[in-house]
Design a protein around this ligand. Structure first.
Ligand code: PMP
Length: 353
């Protein structure tokens, strides 16, 4: 760090993304990407747009926004397309935090929330989950603060019901309630249907997981016209061309092939549930994840050791060293063949422990 950096940033711990190693071929189950490639029509759409890269992208992402509106049964004015869902989350922290406007979120959740808060100078409070990592919705009712909850949560994969989300939105009407639905397509209940009822509800979505577009960087926010206008103000004060033309075209092509992706999600959920059972049979504690990952720990081996031993075997999973989840690993659900190799190697490691 240089001596020129501003004081606020000098103490900020930046987000650490999952490893993307290039030293060897790994079975990569560490960053919750889809194991399935984009639909073939996405390749063609991207190739076509490559020829227009001399021109800026459409700052409104009009065609994509219309497609998303049509597919999710929403109005154009209720949507804002962003560079991954990280960007819409960043816009929300910038728009709604600061001064006395705090954020509240679980202490076991997506590690980027406290980073955004630090970056934008937003005060926040973390609420511990129950012992089984489930979130108690009552902890977020009437908190007099903005709320952000991932549903399904990360890295646990546990969900809140729509009734619970509604209660949180209804009891915090003076504040914004953000529901991060990055993993909802693998089994959670979406709150998109509530945005017209609750003007303070912002739902964020990503194309990185269920739509096989992590490398394209595409996400969106859905909320009342007023919320979207706030978030647009941040976007147009930061990066008007936040979604590049190849990614926007990829998003349109993905929307046009909905069934391909919906079927991939079903396959991932099936593989997840099969290995949830198998890991439990091996003596693992496994949360009832509804996302595209498993969250696991075992009495016989530390989280760190399981991570390292699997890495030696060419399998990458995500280890967390933060209390109270230092004994846990998050395993992205991959192809059945990949999961079987992971399972066999894990079985050997547990037997030897
Ligand atoms: N929310 C959650 C809960 C996540 O796990 C992730 C993925 N790291 C994101 C949002 C952001 O994903 P992206 O920026 O790729 O849309």
């Amino acid at each position: 760090m240089s001596r020129y950096i501003n004081e606020k940033l000098s103490t900020l711990d930046a987000y650490v993304p999952g490893e993307q190693p290039k030293d060897a071929e790994y079975i990569k189950l560490n960053t919750n990407e889809s194991p399935y490639p984009p639909h073939p029509s996405v390749y063609e759409a991207v190739r076509k747009q490559a020829g227009f890269l001399n021109l800026y992208s459409d700052p409104e992402s009009k065609e994509l926004t219309e497609k998303v509106a049509e597919n999710y049964n929403l109005e154009y004015e209720n949507l804002l397309m962003t560079n991954g869902s990280d960007e819409i989350l960043a816009f929300a922290f910038a728009a709604y935090g600061g001064g006395r406007k705090r954020f509240v979120f679980p202490s076991v959740t997506y590690g980027f929330y406290p980073v955004f808060a630090g970056l934008f100078g937003v005060k926040y409070e973390e609420k511990p989950p129950r012992e089984d990592f489930s979130i108690n919705a009552d902890d977020y009712c009437g908190v007099n603060a903005n709320v952000v909850i991932a549903n399904p949560n990360a890295p646990t994969g546990l969900t809140l019901s729509i009734g619970e989300i509604e209660k949180i939105a209804a009891t915090n009407k003076k504040y914004v309630v953000i529901i991060d639905e990055a993993y909802v397509d693998f089994g959670g209940e979406s709150a998109l249907g509530l945005i017209n009822k609750y003007g303070n509800l912002l739902v964020t979505r990503t194309f990185s997981k269920s739509f096989s577009l992590a490398g394209g960087r595409l996400g969106f926010g859905a909320g009342s016209r007023e919320l979207i206008a706030d978030l647009k103000k941040v976007k147009y004060s930061f990066n008007p061309y936040n979604v590049n033309r190849m990614t926007a075209a990829a998003g349109v092509a993905a929307m046009d092939n909905w069934d391909y992706y919906a079927n991939n999600c079903l396959k991932i959920a099936e593989i997840r549930d099969k290995y949830k059972r198998k890991f439990r049979e091996l003596g693992f504690f496994v949360t009832d994840s509804k996302a595209n990952f498993l969250f696991v720990s075992h009495e016989k081996i530390s989280g760190e050791e399981l991570y390292s031993r699997l890495r030696e075997k060419g399998i990458l999973i995500r280890h967390f060293d933060k209390n109270p989840i230092e004994n846990f690993n998050r395993i992205t659900v991959g192809l059945e063949e990949q999961m079987e190799i992971l399972y066999k190697e894990t079985e050997k490691i547990i037997r030897e422990s």
